[in-house]
Ligand binder design. Structure first.
Ligand SMILES: Cc1ncc(COP(=O)(O)O)c(C=O)c1O
Length: 444
């Protein structure tokens, strides 16, 4: 029996599970979410320095493989260290293959289901299916292929989407699709400007929840979702910079109808290969680009017409390396065991961003040399501090030479902590940034 038989069994099992899920998920949510994640209730107060250190010190012994004490990893917004238990996950994936051969998939799909449940809980979400994919690019492509994109059709988006979306949309534009890119700099009016750009020919709207250059949180995203829903326009949210760092409830009706992509490379600490497209259970879209994992149930007797299984796999591709799901599942367990709830993660991040921001402002460098990328308070900021400098790339190099990992995007230098980083390292990183700016000022 190849694993497809097992998979069609899973499809049936999933239907039964869905019914159970709607009643039990609320219970596990309330166990996991120690504070409401409703959009209205975002009044998290950041951890104080001693609270930051208490949590970081508790977590640090679990991250020794990544040598987090030997270097300052401020690339948490890109790739956080994995807890040591991730190794057991990789080994479990290996041993599952060695022991079970083609029958390893049963266990692999249980791991994926575990990751889905983690995300359902994070998003307060009883209305969503979660289709796995190796990266958000492949999932976005599958999703775009389900839209009505004839020549002259229109897509509304922001000018600050990550490349996985922006590259694809630019290519579609070359083929005659009208792409309206609304600048994402002025947050107060962003929802209104996106709404004004919608027209009867709009086939889709795509936006980030947290923007990858500035770390801005798009708080009015619900207002956009509401209008998109009223007009029957599918809306896709890129939440890669929100998941596991900026609590976001998909319970309100218009948001429950949205599509959302996210993945494990950053704040989830699941590593690469663990991306998901969340879609509403009512979705009947028929993506052009899918693989045979989208319809296991019909594999024995494929019908004339392409069908899609009910459940999480509608946008799926085909055979993939499941090791990443084993790794991710061990890490997800670790987060639960360590009580790293949405509220705790957000408060640790808020405290750290506030600490970094103050330390940076105390350096008091001329604004034309380096400045905050935006003046908004940490509450409107996601998981990294974004600094604007014409020397961002060079500063990243100097910091790296001194053991401080950061990254840069054009004139933006990004400093992203993670829950296991204490104030000692944050302070040291800003001191090193100050020295780099001062000592190289004439060469820069
Ligand atoms: C906002 C955002 N979306 C998506 C991605 C990753 O995309 P992909 O999974 O297609 O590599 C990133 C990675 O840095 C990102 O910052």
């Amino acid at each position: 029996m190849r694993y497809c038989n097992y998979l069609s069994f899973l499809v049936k099992k999933e239907k039964a599970k869905d019914q159970a899920m709607s009643s039990t998920n609320r219970m596990s949510d309330s166990a996991n979410l120690d504070e409401s994640t409703d959009q209205e209730d975002r009044s998290f107060i950041g951890h104080t320095p001693s609270q930051i250190d208490a949590l970081a010190n508790r977590l640090a012994p679990h991250y020794t493989d990544f040598r987090i004490a030997d270097r300052i990893l401020l690339t948490g917004h890109s790739h956080q260290a994995w807890p040591n238990v991730a190794r057991q996950g990789v080994l479990e994936g290996y041993h599952a293959a060695a022991e079970r051969v083609d029958k390893k998939w049963g266990l692999a799909f249980e791991k994926i289901e575990h990751l889905r449940n983690y995300l359902r809980s994070w998003y307060n979400d009883t209305n969503g299916y979660y289709c796995p994919g190796p990266n958000t690019h492949s999932l976005v492509c599958s999703w775009l292929s389900s839209l009505n994109l004839k020549k002259g059709a229109q897509i509304v988006t922001t000018a600050d989407e990550f490349h996985s979306i922006s590259r694809q949309l630019k290519r579609l534009q070359e083929e005659g699709i009208e792409v309206v890119s609304v600048p994402a700099d002025s947050l107060d009016t962003l929802a209104d400007r996106l709404i004004s750009a919608l027209s009867p020919k709009t086939s889709a709207v795509l936006t980030s929840h947290v923007f990858f250059k500035t770390s801005h949180i798009f708080k009015e995203i619900g207002a956009l979702a509401e209008v998109a829903s009223q007009r029957g326009i599918p809306m896709l949210i890129d939440d890669y910079h929100g998941t596991n760092i900026v609590p976001f409830s998909l319970a309100p009706a218009p948001l429950a109808e949205c599509f959302l992509v996210t993945g494990g490379y950053k704040y989830l600490q699941w590593g690469e290969g663990n991306c998901f497209l969340r879609f509403p259970k009512s979705c009947r879209l028929r993506p052009l680009m899918t693989g045979w994992f989208a319809s296991y149930s019909s594999l024995a007797n494929p019908p004339e017409k392409i069908i899609y299984d009910e459940g999480d796999w509608r946008f799926a591709s085909a055979t993939f390396d499941p090791t990443s799901a084993f790794r991710g599942s061990h890490v997800a367990n670790f987060f639960t065991e360590q009580h790293l709830t949405p509220s705790t993660l957000r408060q640790q991040s808020l405290g750290q961003i506030g600490f970094l921001r103050n330390a940076f402002l105390n350096l008091d460098f001329p604004k034309e040399t380096i400045d905050l990328a935006h003046p908004l308070p940490p509450e409107q900021n996601g998981g990294f501090l974004s600094l604007r400098s014409p020397h961002a790339g060079r500063l990243e190099e100097i910091l790296f030479e001194k053991g401080v990992f950061t990254d840069s995007r054009g004139d933006i230098l990004r400093l992203g902590p993670a829950p296991y980083i204490g104030t000692g390292q944050l302070k040291q990183a800003i001191e090193i940034l100050g020295e780099a700016l001062a000592s190289t000022a004439k060469n820069l």
